[in-house]
Design a binder for this molecule. Structure first.
Ligand SMILES: Cc1ncc(COP(=O)(O)O)c(C=O)c1O
Length: 394
């Protein structure tokens, strides 16, 4: 067969979200789209902020000379300066444009960073539950993913993490606010992690994956991880905060506190090129330079979060409201999340089993659906929970 064995195996492991997507198409054809409630994808239903679209239109209309050409692989200096100034303002660290590289979304940033730092067999610690594609990003570059359990609140269990550190540990991947758990790591736990890294026998870099950083609820603020962790590379994008995941615009930022920051920036510039990204989309870099403070409608997300969580709690589900990001990670009323996902499917509800994120006993529900989908889906969640006694009697 032409497809590599390793890719064939990865395809089989990667398919939870995809499976749900395909199941959705089948169910919609069978029952009509209005009777299927698809909570499986993190694809924002909202329009991007009007300021973002107005800037994009103006720049496209302007069609400035040279605006479609190659540029430095790290991106336009003006955009990188804008990003560096914001980082300096938010973290108090001396970021300059030389620490910032514009990337093809957050996934592009993570792959460029991992390729720049990993030698074959190097280990990368990830915290469970985790964004499923991390495992493939790590193996893309010869690394080994080392999953570590989090504590009962899905926060960092520093002792458990310490127990997994070996001479081969090269990096730790953090994602706060977290997909899927919605947890924001506190400054206190990040300080503990920093102390651990300071004590370690060798240098370990934290890749702070931050695409949901500004999507927070109840006035919460996500601690600046780069202010606390010295050895930090931020990877992020505007995919979620501007509702533009298809436009593939993000960046990576190397902390000025990393002693070899210049060499690392140089390496990332090179890996961005040889991975075939070359540079981030040109016009979206210009939008970033002109409209960096725009943000999606957080009030709409908060309303949907409350509607979903309060609705599920009133039906008897055990619900923990997310502090940030736009997913509800719901404990399933039976241990077997795959079985419960099937019960929900029979009722027309599509959710991703927690098993796909390395944490069974939960399902992930995405709040990127229209409000009305949540309202109309609640009776289906009610019917699913009522079916359980019959299920356990079987
Ligand atoms: C935790 C996390 N990291 C990275 C990404 C990739 O983001 P992007 O689409 O900007 O590449 C996602 C996308 O869902 C995500 O949830």
């Amino acid at each position: 067969m032409t497809v590599a064995n390793v890719i064939q195996q990865q395809l089989e492991r990667s398919s939870w979200i995809r499976k749900m997507f395909e199941e959705g198409i089948r169910l919609k054809a069978e029952r009509g789209a209005e009777n299927v409630f698809d909570f499986s994808l993190g694809n924002p239903a909202e329009d991007p902020p009007t300021g973002v679209i107005a800037t994009f239109r103006r720049l496209a209309e302007k069609n400035a000379p040279g605006s479609h050409g190659y540029m430095p692989n790290s991106g336009y200096p003006v955009t990188r300066r804008t990003v560096a100034q914001r980082l300096k303002r938010d973290t108090g660290l001396e970021y300059t444009e030389n620490h910032v590289m514009m990337t093809v979304g957050c996934a592009g940033a993570m792959n460029a960073a991992l390729k720049a730092i990993l030698d074959p067999g190097d280990e990368v610690i990830v915290l469970m539950p985790f964004f499923p594609d991390y495992q493939f990003y790590i193996t893309n570059h010869g690394g080994r993913m080392i999953p570590v359990e989090t504590d009962e609140n899905f926060s960092i269990d520093v002792a458990a993490l310490e127990a997994k550190i070996t001479p081969k540990t090269k990096a730790i991947l953090l994602n706060s606010p977290n997909n899927p758990s919605g947890v924001i790591y506190s400054a206190a736990v990040l300080q503990k992690l920093e102390s651990l890294l300071q004590r370690a026998d060798h240098s370990i870099v934290v890749i702070s994956d931050e695409p949901y950083k500004s999507i927070v609820y109840d006035g919460a603020k996500c601690p600046e991880i780069a202010s606390i962790i010295s050895n930090c590379i931020i990877t992020t994008s505007w995919s979620k905060t501007w509702a533009v995941p298809g436009e593939r615009i993000g960046y990576l930022a190397i902390s000025p506190r990393i002693s070899s920051a210049d060499a690392l920036a140089n390496a990332c510039n090179f890996t961005n090129r040889i991975l075939g990204y070359i540079n981030a989309p040109a016009i979206w870099q210009l939008v970033v330079a002109e409209a960096p403070e725009e943000i999606t409608d957080l009030a709409a997300y908060q309303e949907k979060r409350d509607l979903m969580c309060d609705g599920l709690a009133s039906l008897g589900y055990e619900v923990q409201k997310p502090q940030g990001a736009f997913y509800v990670f719901l404990r399933t009323p039976i241990k077997d999340d795959l079985a419960f996902s099937r019960v929900l499917q029979e009722e027309g509800v599509l959710a991703v089993p927690g098993t796909g994120f390395g944490r069974g006993g939960y399902i992930r529900l995405s709040l990127t659906v229209p409000r009305d989908t949540i309202v109309r889906s609640l009776p289906a969640f009610g019917r699913a929970i009522e079916k359980l006694p019959a299920l356990s009697a079987k």
